[in-house]
Structures are given as C-alpha cells and as structure tokens.
Design a protein around this ligand. Structure first.
Ligand code: EPU
Length: 417
C-alpha cells in the first residue's frame, strides 16, 4: 500500500501538462479487439488502469507495446478466452471487452468488472442491449456468459444516458448486421473520441457526442489510429488546485469547452483566470463567493470533479450546497474533510458546506479515486502535513500526479505504507 505525505500551503507556479483521458483510453484499448489489423493509440497516460488493460490484452494473445505515450497493438493472434476475475476485477472498464469480443466472436465470458466503490453500479443497460441484439446473457459464479449466433442491429433507449452502456453498445454494434440506433445516448466527449477510433478502422458511425448515435454494421475492419483527448477531469482537478494555490499556474493541453461547467462556476465564485488557446492560467483567489454544485451528465458539472470541488467549497465565505446525482456513495470523503477542520453536514447524496474553514493536516484515507483527489487538494491547502493513505486509487487515474505537482512547487512524497 502507498501513502502521500503532503506539505500544505505551498504556492504553485510553472506549467502542468495534461495527459490523455483515462475514461477514453480505457475504452479504446478493448475496442481495438474489433480488428485483426494494427492499431496505434497516441497520448496514452501511464496509469495503472492502462497496465491492467494491457495485461488483459496480452492474456487474449495481443501483441501490445507501450512506448513514449503511444500504444502499438497487433491483434492478429487474439483468441476469445474466458477472462477470469483476477483480470476483470482490477478495473471497471474491463466490461468493454463484452462489447468487443461479442462483436467479433458472437460470445464472451468475463468475470464481473471492478472499479471504485461509489454506488451499486449495475450494468443492466449493457446486458439488456446485448439481449436486444440477439444475445443470451447468463450470470454464473460472478461471471457473465453471453452468447449469440452473431449480433443483429437494434434500437435501444437508455433510461439514463450511461457512458459505459453507450460505449459498449456502440462497440458491439460496429460488427452487428444492420443499423443500430442508441437513443438517449451519453454525450461525454470521450464517446466521440472512441467513435473516431472505430471510424478510423472502417466503422460507420454517425452522431457520437449527441443524444442519438447510429451505427451501421460492417463485416471487416482495418488498421486504426487515434489520439486520446486531454483528460478533462485531470485538467479540472489542477484548475481547482490553481484557484487555491496558483501564482500564474499554467495548465496546458486543455480543451477548455470540456470543463465549461467548472470554469463558469469558478467565475461565479470570483476566481479569475485566462484561457490562451489550450492553456489556462490561474492564480490563487483571495476570497471565494459561495456557490451551489449539482453534479450531472455532460455538459453539466461532472460527478468525477464533484469530490475535488467539495474541498474548494470549504474555502467559500458562506454556505454552499453540494449535490451528487449520479452515484449513491460519492460523499465518503466528507468525514475526512471534517476531520481536517471543514464544517460540512452531509446526508445521503447532499452536503451543506459552511466556510471558510482553515484545514489542518491529518491522517486521512483515499476511499476511491476522486476522493483521493479531494484529499490531495485538502492536504495541499491545509496547515501542516497531511498523510493520505490508500493512494493506489489516486494513481489509477492521474498520471505522474506527484511529479507534476512537485515540478510546480509542491512538496509531496509518495511512500510505502
Ligand atoms: N447505470 C445503470 N445501469 C447501467 C449503467 C449505468 O443503472 O447499466 C447507472 C449507474 O449506476 C450510475 C449512472 O447510471 O448511477 C451513470 O453510470 P455510467 O454508466 O454513466 O458510468 P460508468 O460508465 O460506470 C463512467 C466512468 C466514471 C464516470 C461515469 C460518469 C469509466 C470507466 N468510468 O462510468 O468514471 O463517473 O462514467 O461520467 O469510464 C472516475 O473516473 O472516477 C469514474 C468513476
């Protein structure tokens, strides 16, 4: 187990470069299975979720190499094997192998996905859609056994615009017979990135990034190439840190429209920043006005930024209401913020934050990935030193986070527990 020891109160200046998006690359790698050709994926972050997916790819017979932020994939020797728990449970995104293996082989057997414990996280939309495409789904001993005589196109309407289900059905439909329509599809930017990768292989997809996606099945696919879009959650996390500790801190390699929901909130709080092309320049704000935050689907305020944002809310002068609407358990970090001196009343998915509070260094825990980001931000603004345990969660999603922050003036140590 690893922990971070963070010295609070250090001013940050210089440039932080944003890496490729975790939630894009974790679908791009399994999607590559659709072709026996060669794939190149650029701007791949060195995070442990990528390592876990490379292990699954190698297990299936892929020749996959990671060099200079680029993945080179040759799937000509891939076979459809049962993916056991020791691989699938390492991360949430292992479920994308359902869509890709089902698409190519008409069947798949894979253990349940893992991922952060932030709610019940069912995958019923994925499974019901595969069934509508003609597959039979059996859940036996914590594994999904999905079989078909080849997938058929269909129309699906999601009760909720699920990111994972949209991507999984889009991947599966690429090789299905006929035209599949996904209605009430998720519109997160990662979806368009994945569609563009599939299109580069020869898939026929229209409307990715909108609420209706149309996929016309094709029989074969060729080589594929894509650049992973910048990670909007990583960018947003550093922008939040910049608003608290920056001295003309530059966050570079950002598509600013992807974090408009955050940037507009920061303006409402009185934070000033400049956007120069792909760079956001931000300095510490002296006094934050209170705001309310309600997480929702894109282009609304992202659930993945809710936890780091809640740390910033502790510095507002007055009362802020924070509401999480996507997951049941994304407020598990609040008791740790309170232990550090915050004044937050949390009930279910809602929290009222009274500020400003001077946070003090304590020993706290990263209960999940974005909770880890919240604790890191808290440690960086606290008086004294903060120890954050269980930071494997954090390292799963943020590339070289300790180096990136130390390079701009932070003092953070990554140590064995
Ligand atoms: N849902 C269902 N049934 C389904 C699928 C989803 O009820 O079949 C519900 C979920 O329980 C949840 C909501 O729909 O309440 C949204 O879930 P969604 O499917 O959109 O989330 P996901 O695909 O499991 C991805 C990211 C998450 C991110 C969400 C929302 C990956 C691997 N994970 O999860 O990322 O929070 O979209 O943007 O892409 C993170 O990075 O910290 C993270 C958790």
């Amino acid at each position: 187990m690893k922990k971070l020891v963070i010295e609070g109160g250090r001013e940050l200046s210089g440039t932080i470069n944003i890496s490729g998006a975790k939630n894009s690359v974790v679908a791009l790698i399994p999607a590559s299975i659709l072709t026996k050709g060669k794939c190149v994926i650029h701007n791949v972050p060195a995070i442990s979720d990528v390592d876990a997916l490379m292990d699954i790819m190698k297990f299936l017979g892929s020749d996959i190499k990671y060099e200079n932020e680029t993945l080179y994939i040759d799937n000509k020797n891939v076979e459809n094997k049962n993916i056991p728990d020791k691989y699938a449970s390492k991360l949430r995104a292992s479920y994308y192998f359902m869509g890709s293996l089902l698409g190519v082989y008409g069947k798949v057997n894979i253990a349940s996905p893992g991922g952060c414990v932030i709610g019940s996280r069912p995958i019923d939309f994925h499974l019901k859609s595969f069934e509508k495409m003609g597959a039979k789904v059996k859940e036996v001993d914590n594994s999904f056994n999905i079989t078909s005589n080849g997938l058929k196109a269909t129309e699906v309407f999601f009760d909720f615009p699920s990111v994972g289900a949209t991507i999984n059905v889009m991947i599966a439909a690429v090789r299905a017979k006929g035209v599949t329509r996904i209605l009430n599809a998720a519109r997160e930017p990662e979806i368009e990135n994945i569609a563009n990768f599939l299109i580069s292989m020869g898939a026929h997809i229209k409307g990715a990034g909108s609420g209706t996606i149309e996929i016309e099945g094709v029989n074969t696919l060729g080589d594929g190439e894509i650049t992973v879009i910048p990670d909007r959650i990583e960018a947003g996390t550093y922008v939040i840190i910049g608003a608290l500790l920056g001295k003309k801190l530059k966050i570079k390699g950002v598509i600013s429209e992807h974090i408009d929901s955050l940037l507009y909130k920061l303006k409402e709080m009185g934070v000033s920043f400049k956007i120069n092309g792909d760079t956001i320049v931000i300095s510490k704000c002296k006094s934050f006005k209170p705001v309310n935050i309600k997480t929702t689907v894109y282009p609304g305020f992202p659930t993945d930024l809710g936890q780091p944002m809640s740390t910033l809310l502790t510095q507002c002068s007055g009362e802020c209401v924070f509401e999480e609407t996507i997951y049941e358990n994304r407020l598990r970090h609040i008791p740790y913020l309170n232990a550090m001196g915050a004044n937050i009343n949390a009930l279910d998915k809602k929290a009222v934050v009274f500020g400003p509070s001077q946070l003090r260094g304590r020993k706290v825990k990263a209960t999940d990935l974005r909770a880890g980001a919240s604790m890191l931000v808290a440690g960086m603004i606290a008086k004294g030193n903060t120890t954050v345990t269980n930071v494997e969660h954090l390292l799963r999603g943020y590339e070289r986070i300790v180096d990136k922050l130390n390079d701009v003036g932070g003092n953070i140590k990554l140590l064995d527990e």
